[in-house]
Design a protein around this ligand. Sequence first.
Ligand code: NAD
Length: 273
Amino acid sequence: MSRLNLTGKSAIVTGGAAGIGKSICTAFAQEGVSVTVADIDTEAGQSALQELEELNPEGAHLFVETDVTNRDSVVAMVSRTVGERAKVDIIVNNAGIDVPRLLVDPAGEEELDEAVFDKTFAVNQKGAFLCAQAVARAMIAQGDGGTIINMCSEAGLEGSEGQSAYAGTKGALYAYTRSWAKELGKHNIRVVGVAPAILEPTGLRSPAYERALAYTRGITVERLRESYEKVAVPLGRVGRLDEVADLVCFLASDMASYITGTVVNISGGKSRG
Ligand SMILES: NC(=O)c1ccc[n+]([C@@H]2O[C@H](COP(=O)([O-])OP(=O)(O)OC[C@H]3O[C@@H](n4cnc5c(N)ncnc54)[C@H](O)[C@@H]3O)[C@@H](O)[C@H]2O)c1
């Protein structure tokens, strides 16, 4: 019997069809949580749902095709979750994108433009706002509290070469976490963040991402890949997705009942971007 006592809770995980989000969905399902996978990728979302149903056939899991940048889409996803499970106790604002670009690129190849800036802002920052607002409304109406978890990044505090737009949106999530915690504490809604650094590969680390990031740092893709392993992580390795998922489960549980308005670093001790 797990001390987390999450059995019977209702959770939404945005970007839950792949990578860290999928790992969080799996860990939740193992703890007896009913999960809504809210993702823009229908094929990956359906397959993630099937895996959750096999893992925990008793859970009332859902996949809802969702674009977190679109208010109507977010509101419909939250309504469907509450309609089918009568409540939502947890949301993990995890959907995110990262398109490496330089502020100024004299060669003109990988310079930050408005399209990349706006898209990064829309998914990482506006998406978290729209989801938190829709879910907080539902939680306040339910009257028995809840937990909002924002997927930040170590880059949001430390900055990151070639990733200023991304780091800026993640820095904003630290501020949202603290501010929403102050606003929602009186409703017993806790707001926390988790901040990973370098993890085992996910969809985020696509060939296009690696090519652009290596370019912005003036190194080859091979050197970039080597640097993941050689980076100064005191624990001497990159993080696993299930380690992030375990932290999310703890923060969502009553074992973390006095933790709000803070972001927990999960970086193996790494503290420089
Ligand atoms: N991978 C890392 O090392 C790392 C480190 C720190 C923080 N993070 C953060 O973790 C989160 C998840 O990243 P990941 O590495 O698992 O990436 P990923 O690309 O593997 O997964 C992201 C998921 O988000 C979904 N998504 C993208 N745009 C969406 C939208 N508009 N609406 C709904 N869903 C959308 C994608 O379809 C995908 O399933 C991101 O917020 C990322 O910034 C990742």
